[in-house]
Design a protein around this ligand. Sequence first.
Ligand code: ZN
Length: 107
Amino acid sequence: MFCYNCGKEIGEHTIICNNCGAKIKKSYNLLSLVGFICSFILVIPGLVCSIIGFLEIQKTNEKGKGLALAGIIISSFLISVLIVLLIIYLVNLSNTPGYPTYPNYYY
Ligand SMILES: [Zn+2]
């Protein structure tokens, strides 16, 4: 692996870079974890957290890149499913002949 700070090659178990003294973080990125979990429940915050987490990992070299990617993929998949369902619902609503138009129950 390489130091995220100076780019010099360092050992896999290095904690502090021999060249520049930067701390090599090997902990999980919190946002990628949060994003991954949220992507199942709160889709849009999950996507946002995963993207921010992914970008942070690019800089800090933390663990959790796979988690962040999974969070991005799962949440964007769920968002597209939701959009497709919404479109199908709206198309059906307007195409059904003789379908009574509802008054606005929800504002
Ligand atoms: Zn370094």
